[in-house]
Design a protein around this ligand. Structure first.
Ligand SMILES: [Zn+2]
Length: 245
Protein backbone atom coordinates (compact mmCIF):
# COMPACT_ATOMS: atom_id res chain seq x y z
CA UNK A 1 0.00 0.00 0.00
CA UNK A 2 2.82 2.37 0.78
CA UNK A 3 6.09 2.65 -1.07
CA UNK A 4 8.03 4.38 0.50
CA UNK A 5 0.82 10.98 23.27
CA UNK A 6 3.25 13.56 22.21
CA UNK A 7 5.75 13.63 25.04
CA UNK A 8 7.97 16.40 26.29
CA UNK A 9 5.42 19.20 26.30
CA UNK A 10 6.82 20.20 29.68
CA UNK A 11 8.81 23.07 28.22
CA UNK A 12 5.66 24.58 26.72
CA UNK A 13 3.82 24.08 29.98
CA UNK A 14 6.61 25.87 31.86
CA UNK A 15 6.62 28.61 29.31
CA UNK A 16 2.93 29.26 29.84
CA UNK A 17 3.34 29.18 33.58
CA UNK A 18 6.09 31.76 33.38
CA UNK A 19 4.56 33.99 30.79
CA UNK A 20 0.84 33.41 30.59
CA UNK A 21 -0.44 32.77 27.08
CA UNK A 22 -2.68 35.86 27.15
CA UNK A 23 0.37 38.14 27.12
CA UNK A 24 1.92 36.84 23.90
CA UNK A 25 3.12 39.36 21.34
CA UNK A 26 0.85 39.85 18.35
CA UNK A 27 1.10 37.09 15.74
CA UNK A 28 3.10 34.83 18.06
CA UNK A 29 2.01 31.58 19.56
CA UNK A 30 3.44 28.98 21.88
CA UNK A 31 4.73 25.65 20.66
CA UNK A 32 1.71 23.99 22.18
CA UNK A 33 -0.63 26.39 20.43
CA UNK A 34 1.05 25.70 17.11
CA UNK A 35 0.79 21.97 17.69
CA UNK A 36 -2.91 22.56 18.41
CA UNK A 37 -3.31 24.61 15.21
CA UNK A 38 -2.02 21.69 13.13
CA UNK A 39 -4.94 19.47 14.20
CA UNK A 40 -3.24 16.27 15.33
CA UNK A 41 -5.45 13.23 15.74
CA UNK A 42 -3.85 10.46 17.80
CA UNK A 43 -4.45 7.05 16.32
CA UNK A 44 -1.62 5.04 17.80
CA UNK A 45 -0.69 1.60 16.64
CA UNK A 46 -1.79 -0.54 19.63
CA UNK A 47 1.00 -0.85 22.18
CA UNK A 48 2.60 -4.29 22.14
CA UNK A 49 1.17 -5.23 18.74
CA UNK A 50 2.16 -5.15 15.06
CA UNK A 51 4.84 -2.46 14.52
CA UNK A 52 4.92 -1.78 18.29
CA UNK A 53 5.38 -5.37 19.41
CA UNK A 54 8.85 -4.48 20.61
CA UNK A 55 9.21 -1.28 22.63
CA UNK A 56 11.98 0.74 21.01
CA UNK A 57 12.60 4.03 22.83
CA UNK A 58 13.99 7.01 20.93
CA UNK A 59 15.38 10.44 21.66
CA UNK A 60 14.58 12.42 18.47
CA UNK A 61 17.50 14.18 16.78
CA UNK A 62 16.07 14.53 13.27
CA UNK A 63 12.78 14.90 11.46
CA UNK A 64 12.49 12.88 8.24
CA UNK A 65 9.99 13.97 5.60
CA UNK A 66 8.51 11.48 3.12
CA UNK A 67 5.61 11.40 0.69
CA UNK A 68 3.39 8.33 0.35
CA UNK A 69 3.33 7.96 -3.47
CA UNK A 70 -0.07 6.44 -2.78
CA UNK A 71 -2.66 8.13 -4.96
CA UNK A 72 -5.62 6.38 -3.33
CA UNK A 73 -5.06 6.31 0.42
CA UNK A 74 -5.64 9.35 2.63
CA UNK A 75 -4.33 9.91 6.17
CA UNK A 76 -7.27 8.02 7.71
CA UNK A 77 -6.60 5.02 5.46
CA UNK A 78 -2.95 4.98 6.49
CA UNK A 79 -3.90 5.23 10.16
CA UNK A 80 -6.28 2.30 9.79
CA UNK A 81 -3.70 0.21 7.94
CA UNK A 82 -1.01 0.90 10.56
CA UNK A 83 -3.38 0.18 13.46
CA UNK A 84 -4.32 -3.14 11.93
CA UNK A 85 -0.74 -4.14 11.10
CA UNK A 86 -1.44 -4.20 7.37
CA UNK A 87 1.79 -2.53 6.23
CA UNK A 88 4.19 -5.44 6.23
CA UNK A 89 7.76 -5.49 5.01
CA UNK A 90 10.02 -8.52 4.85
CA UNK A 91 12.04 -8.69 8.04
CA UNK A 92 15.64 -9.48 7.20
CA UNK A 93 19.12 -9.10 8.50
CA UNK A 94 20.48 -5.69 7.49
CA UNK A 95 17.00 -4.63 6.38
CA UNK A 96 13.62 -4.10 8.02
CA UNK A 97 14.00 -5.00 11.69
CA UNK A 98 10.40 -5.65 12.73
CA UNK A 99 8.47 -6.93 9.71
CA UNK A 100 6.33 -3.78 9.51
CA UNK A 101 6.54 -0.27 8.16
CA UNK A 102 5.84 2.35 10.80
CA UNK A 103 6.23 6.11 11.12
CA UNK A 104 5.01 8.86 13.42
CA UNK A 105 2.75 11.25 11.49
CA UNK A 106 0.73 11.28 8.27
CA UNK A 107 -0.23 14.71 6.98
CA UNK A 108 -2.96 15.65 4.53
CA UNK A 109 -4.49 19.03 3.64
CA UNK A 110 -6.80 19.24 6.65
CA UNK A 111 -5.46 16.91 9.35
CA UNK A 112 -2.41 15.17 10.84
CA UNK A 113 -2.72 11.62 12.12
CA UNK A 114 -0.22 10.42 14.73
CA UNK A 115 0.60 6.71 14.76
CA UNK A 116 3.51 6.49 17.20
CA UNK A 117 4.64 8.51 20.22
CA UNK A 118 7.65 10.63 19.24
CA UNK A 119 9.79 8.89 21.85
CA UNK A 120 9.53 5.55 20.04
CA UNK A 121 11.42 4.47 16.92
CA UNK A 122 9.70 4.03 13.60
CA UNK A 123 10.69 1.89 10.62
CA UNK A 124 10.53 4.24 7.66
CA UNK A 125 13.96 5.40 6.58
CA UNK A 126 17.15 3.37 6.57
CA UNK A 127 16.79 0.03 8.38
CA UNK A 128 19.20 0.09 11.34
CA UNK A 129 20.55 3.55 10.46
CA UNK A 130 20.35 6.93 12.15
CA UNK A 131 17.17 7.82 10.26
CA UNK A 132 15.19 5.08 11.98
CA UNK A 133 17.06 5.15 15.26
CA UNK A 134 16.84 8.90 15.82
CA UNK A 135 14.26 10.54 13.57
CA UNK A 136 10.59 11.34 13.67
CA UNK A 137 9.03 10.11 10.41
CA UNK A 138 6.42 12.23 8.62
CA UNK A 139 4.55 11.01 5.53
CA UNK A 140 2.77 13.53 3.30
CA UNK A 141 -0.34 12.25 1.52
CA UNK A 142 -0.69 12.32 -2.24
CA UNK A 143 -4.20 10.98 -2.78
CA UNK A 144 -6.30 12.46 -5.57
CA UNK A 145 -8.00 15.70 -4.57
CA UNK A 146 -5.63 16.42 -1.69
CA UNK A 147 -4.14 19.91 -1.82
CA UNK A 148 -0.37 19.64 -2.04
CA UNK A 149 0.19 23.24 -0.92
CA UNK A 150 -2.01 22.85 2.18
CA UNK A 151 -0.32 19.55 2.98
CA UNK A 152 3.11 21.18 2.71
CA UNK A 153 2.03 24.08 4.92
CA UNK A 154 0.71 21.73 7.59
CA UNK A 155 3.87 19.63 7.37
CA UNK A 156 6.05 22.74 7.76
CA UNK A 157 4.12 23.71 10.90
CA UNK A 158 4.49 20.21 12.29
CA UNK A 159 8.25 20.28 11.64
CA UNK A 160 8.54 23.72 13.30
CA UNK A 161 6.57 22.61 16.32
CA UNK A 162 8.71 19.47 16.74
CA UNK A 163 11.93 21.48 16.29
CA UNK A 164 10.85 23.76 19.12
CA UNK A 165 9.72 20.88 21.30
CA UNK A 166 12.99 18.98 20.98
CA UNK A 167 15.26 21.99 20.54
CA UNK A 168 16.39 20.90 17.06
CA UNK A 169 18.02 23.16 14.42
CA UNK A 170 16.65 23.57 10.89
CA UNK A 171 19.36 21.26 9.52
CA UNK A 172 17.78 18.43 11.49
CA UNK A 173 14.80 18.50 9.09
CA UNK A 174 15.82 16.17 6.27
CA UNK A 175 14.20 14.42 3.31
CA UNK A 176 14.10 10.62 3.26
CA UNK A 177 16.74 10.99 0.53
CA UNK A 178 19.23 12.07 3.21
CA UNK A 179 19.51 8.57 4.68
CA UNK A 180 21.54 5.94 2.86
CA UNK A 181 19.77 2.58 2.65
CA UNK A 182 22.60 0.07 2.76
CA UNK A 183 22.33 -2.61 0.13
CA UNK A 184 19.54 -0.87 -1.80
CA UNK A 185 19.80 0.50 -5.29
CA UNK A 186 19.65 3.42 -5.47
CA UNK A 187 21.00 3.87 -1.98
CA UNK A 188 19.29 7.24 -1.61
CA UNK A 189 15.58 7.20 -2.28
CA UNK A 190 13.95 9.91 -4.38
CA UNK A 191 11.63 10.84 -1.52
CA UNK A 192 9.64 13.00 -1.06
CA UNK A 193 9.82 12.90 -4.86
CA UNK A 194 8.00 16.16 -5.52
CA UNK A 195 10.38 18.14 -3.31
CA UNK A 196 13.49 16.69 -4.95
CA UNK A 197 15.21 18.23 -7.99
CA UNK A 198 16.49 15.58 -10.39
CA UNK A 199 16.07 13.06 -7.60
CA UNK A 200 17.99 14.95 -4.95
CA UNK A 201 17.56 17.93 -2.61
CA UNK A 202 17.79 21.26 -4.44
CA UNK A 203 15.79 24.44 -4.80
CA UNK A 204 12.39 22.91 -3.99
CA UNK A 205 13.67 21.34 -0.79
CA UNK A 206 15.34 24.62 0.23
CA UNK A 207 12.10 26.49 -0.40
CA UNK A 208 10.29 24.04 1.88
CA UNK A 209 12.92 24.56 4.60
CA UNK A 210 12.36 28.30 4.37
CA UNK A 211 8.66 27.78 5.07
CA UNK A 212 9.58 25.61 8.07
CA UNK A 213 11.85 28.39 9.33
CA UNK A 214 9.11 31.01 8.91
CA UNK A 215 6.70 28.87 10.94
CA UNK A 216 9.40 28.26 13.56
CA UNK A 217 9.94 32.01 13.86
CA UNK A 218 6.27 32.48 14.78
CA UNK A 219 6.74 30.39 17.92
CA UNK A 220 7.16 32.58 20.91
CA UNK A 221 10.05 31.85 23.25
CA UNK A 222 10.74 34.23 26.11
CA UNK A 223 14.47 35.09 26.27
CA UNK A 224 14.55 33.69 29.78
CA UNK A 225 13.43 30.24 28.62
CA UNK A 226 15.54 30.34 25.46
CA UNK A 227 18.71 31.04 27.41
CA UNK A 228 17.94 28.20 29.79
CA UNK A 229 17.41 25.67 27.02
CA UNK A 230 20.17 26.76 24.64
CA UNK A 231 22.84 27.64 27.14
CA UNK A 232 23.30 31.17 25.81
CA UNK A 233 21.38 34.37 26.13
CA UNK A 234 19.19 35.51 23.31
CA UNK A 235 18.64 39.21 23.12
CA UNK A 236 15.35 38.84 21.36
CA UNK A 237 12.62 36.23 21.39
CA UNK A 238 11.75 34.39 18.18
CA UNK A 239 8.51 36.08 17.38
CA UNK A 240 7.47 38.70 14.87
CA UNK A 241 7.05 42.12 16.39
CA UNK A 242 8.51 41.08 19.69
CA UNK A 243 10.74 43.75 21.15
CA UNK A 244 12.32 41.91 24.04
CA UNK A 245 11.25 41.33 27.61
ZN1 LIG B 1 10.27 7.94 2.02
Amino acid sequence: MVSCTISGVESAANLERVKGSSKLPQGALTQRQMFGEIGVVKRFIPKGRHGRKIHRPMKPRYITVHSTQNYNGDAWDHARALERGKLRAPKRRGGNRIGYLTWHFTVQEDVVMQHLPTNEQGEHADFDGTGNNYSIGIEMCEHNGNSRSQTLKRTAKLCASLMRQYNLPLRSVVPHYHWARKGMSPEHKNCPHYLMTNGRPGRKWNDFLQVVQREYDRIYVPAQIASMSNGFTMTEAKAPGYKGL
